[in-house]
Design a protein around this ligand. Structure first.
Ligand code: SF4
Ligand code: ZN
Length: 734
């Protein structure tokens, strides 16, 4: 802990103590020891003292005991040369400061009963609201428990001007926080600045003007103490539990605006006891992590346009977004809806233009939560029926965010965007496909709303794993291609993480049933050597997703007894799939498209099909729109096998899976591959060469036909015969 802060806080505690002690002598003289004292209309006595010590102060004479306690608590001033551990004495000084300030406020009520308003609002006589009565407390305190209000900002001092004050208050209100105000800076007070800016102050707007001086900080802390006692079941006097309850559940912090006096330091030190950090706009020394607050204790010199964001971050407050802010209806009911033909206003991806979605990690200071940028033409700039390129970059930051979580968030985009009425979303990664309907555009839907959906829903569904997200959407081709390159490098990096894992080395596979909202009986069994057919989830991703959300769509599957080694059937997988498919699928092979293949849903990157006369297999990816040797284009194949059923002879799979060692191993593996689109071959070139060598068929890649040499099965046979493809001499595939 900073020596400067410790010295100042302890000095401040002494100053306040001396003042209160003197005042007490005067008041005692005037009213006598039996005089009743307290905050009006409360059963909590002086709540901080009651919560921390169990002592119910009700008469003037009770002050003696508290003052004596404070004499012991406040350490002697820090001398120049001593090297104490400062934290504990400073915290004690802060605690004592609150005790004596409560005594002071009790005396103020005694001497001048009308100094504060009694209701929820300011009156003609005073703008100061004082201690919350039990009536107000019960109504407002419960909001701290049911989540309507995550906590409060205790603002001390004043902003440089009324406009800045109004802006800060609004930002805090938008985060559903209460704003508790006290103290003055340079003759100005935050509450008065709000009034000057025409902002309505009072409990109903959550902008609570407690009082004009620093002492009224106790009304904020007292409120927190009462919440723990009333709603958290914490007994008066159980200071430890009260402090921990508030640290864990009340997202409060001090925002110090203006010159930080010794008295302010003393109050800030007190707040640290509850885990409430201080964020200051002046260049005071900082107190970085030492173990009481969740993160830093004192952070300083923060500009006013960042101070709310910074405070929320330092306190570890999770952003709540109650409603998805889009001009169309939003919810699971709209997830399966299609946008077709005449209804299409805007289309992106789907093989005709590039559409790529990439969720990536940034540093905390690089992300402005909730910011959505659209660069390039938007709905208002183009005619109905236009196709655009599209790249969406979601930049996520969080104290506890891990790179491993990126694919998990990214894979949600599909479902999240689809839930907007009149918007259709298919695919993921670089095969995304989005349609915006004319009806949605009429209601005011623009591309920025896609970003708003991502921001709101990431927070709602995954708020526990990250703190901030900003979204950038590009529709100009050059920039889209730039993002595409970066995204692909990232996809390759993610895929490669399972490169050296094998199915034999793990006991647990994972399910993925994320796609059941479209294909109700579809279950992906994801093993190290079989990534999900969408390409977006590998075994590590599923494992991480399960850790984040144990009730979610990725469940561990104990693979259990091996029933069939060739086709990759495991008792545990069969048992799981029976249940998860609601009895639609009873047996599933991990390594075959001929015998009990896995089900296929509409998001597969590729679909493989048997070519019986060629004694081999072909596969086609979503980007290839031409005819294939099996007589069907990708769209036709997807339409007939992509509904979540098993279709022997056909199999949805990811691009990466093609070169995984167990790929259709039971049917002969990659050595069966006789046709692929040229571009897919090029994309996988290095891996196909390597895998061919591993299989002892060095020239395999060149033996695989593509559309430049064959689009019918006969042409495939002619080509592979000329090349001496191994499939020709393998056992019959049927
Ligand atoms: Fe999960 Fe499979 Fe759907 Fe991918 S395709 S999201 S792995 S169910
Ligand atoms: Zn799917």
């Amino acid at each position: 802990m900073s020596k400067i802060i410790a010295s100042a806080a302890i000095r401040g505690a002494h100053k306040i103590f001396d003042k209160v002690d003197a005042k007490y002598k005067e008041v005692l003289e005037k009213y006598g020891p039996d005089q009743e004292v307290g905050f009006p209309n409360t059963a909590y006595y002086l709540p901080i003292i009651y919560a921390m010590t169990g002592i119910g102060v009700s008469k003037l004479q009770d002050f003696d005991q508290i003052l004596n306690l404070c004499r012991r608590l406040i350490p002697p001033p820090v001398r120049e040369k001593t090297h104490l551990p400062y934290l504990a004495p400073t915290l004690d000084a802060g605690m004592a400061t609150f005790f004596v300030e409560e005594l002071y406020e009790a005396m103020r009520y005694l001497e001048n009963p009308d100094c504060y308003a009694t209701g929820e609002d300011q009156t003609d006589k005073t703008i100061w609201l004082g201690a919350a009565s039990d009536l107000i407390f019960r109504k407002r305190g419960v909001e701290f428990v049911d989540g309507t209000a995550p906590g409060f900002a205790a603002i001390v001092g004043a902003a440089p001007d009324a406009q800045t004050a109004a802006k800060i208050a609004l930002e805090l209100q938008e985060k559903n926080l209460y704003v508790f105000m006290c103290g003055e800076n340079g003759g100005k007070r935050f509450s008065e600045q709000l009034a000057e800016a025409g902002v309505q102050v009072g409990w109903p707007t959550r902008l609570v003007s407690f009082g004009p001086d620093i002492y009224q900080a106790v009304f904020a802390i007292g409120f927190a103490c009462r919440v723990a006692m009333a709603f958290g079941g914490v007994k008066p006097g159980d200071f430890r539990r009260n402090l921990i309850y508030n640290k864990d559940r009340t997202y409060a912090f001090v925002m110090a605006l203006g010159e930080v006096t010794d008295e302010w330091y003393a109050n800030a030190a007190g707040c640290i006891n509850w885990g409430f950090p201080t964020i200051a706009d002046t260049p005071i020394p900082e107190v970085l992590p030492t173990g009481i607050c969740t993160y830093e204790h004192v952070v300083s010199n923060i500009p006013h346009d960042h101070i709310v964001q910074k405070a929320v971050e330092v306190r570890g407050l999770k952003v709540q977004v109650a409603k998805v802010p889009v001009p169309v209806s939003y919810g699971p009911a709209f997830e399966g809806e299609r946008v077709r033909g005449e209804d299409i206003y805007l289309e992106m991806g789907g093989g005709k233009t590039v559409a790529v979605e990439w969720t990536t990690t940034k540093r905390m200071e690089e992300v402005e939560d909730g910011k959505v940028e659209v660069v390039g033409p938007d709905v208002g700039d183009v005619k109905a029926g236009t196709r655009l390129h599209f790249a969406m970059l979601a930049e996520v930051a969080g104290r506890n965010f891990q790179e491993d979580f990126e694919p998990i968030l990214e894979r949600q985009n599909h479902h999240l965007i689809n839930q907007a009425q009149g918007i259709m979303h298919i695919g993921q990664r670089d095969i995304a496909w989005i349609r915006v309907s004319k009806q949605a555009v009429e209601k005011g839907f623009k591309l920025e709303h896609i970003g708003k959906i991502i921001h709101a829903k990431y927070h709602q569904d995954f708020g526990a794993i990250f703190d901030k997200v900003q979204v950038k959407i590009y529709t100009e081709e050059a920039k889209v291609r730039e993002v595409l390159e970066q995204a692909r490098a990232s996809y390759n990096h993610r895929d490669a993480r399972v490169e050296n894992m094998t199915d034999e080395t793990v006991d647990t596979f994972y399910s993925c049933t994320l796609c059941q909202s479209f294909a109700p009986s579809h279950v992906c069994v994801v093993a190290p050597e079989r990534t999900g057919l969408c390409g977006a989830y590998n075994w590590l991703d599923c494992r991480a997703a399960f850790e984040i959300n144990p009730e979610g769509p990725n469940q561990p599957i104990q693979k259990g007894e091996m029933l069939d080694e060739r086709y990759g059937q495991f008792k545990g997988c069969n048992d799981f799939v029976i249940k998860a498919s609601r009895q639609k699928v009873t047996n599933v092979s991990l390594y075959s498209l001929m015998v009990d293949p896995m089900t296929t849903c509409g998001c597969c990157e590729c679909i493989a099909a048997v070519l019986p006369m060629a004694n081999g297999l072909m596969t086609v990816d979503r980007d290839y729109t031409g005819m294939t040797p099996c007589g069907m284009k990708f769209t036709t194949l997807a339409g007939s096998v992509g509904g979540g059923a098993q279709s022997p002879g056909f199999l949805g799979h990811s691009k990466y899976n093609i070169t995984q060692r167990k790929f259709v191993k039971g049917d002969g593996g990659l050595a069966r591959m006789v046709w692929m689109p040229k571009r897919l071959k090029e994309e996988l070139h290095d891996r196909l060469v390597k895998r061919g060598e591993e299989l002892g068929i060095p020239g395999l890649i060149d033996m695989i036909a593509d559309e430049t040499v064959a689009t019918t099965e006969d042409e495939v046979i002619a080509y592979i015969t000329e090349k001496g493809h191994p499939a020709l001499t393998m056992e019959s595939i049927l």
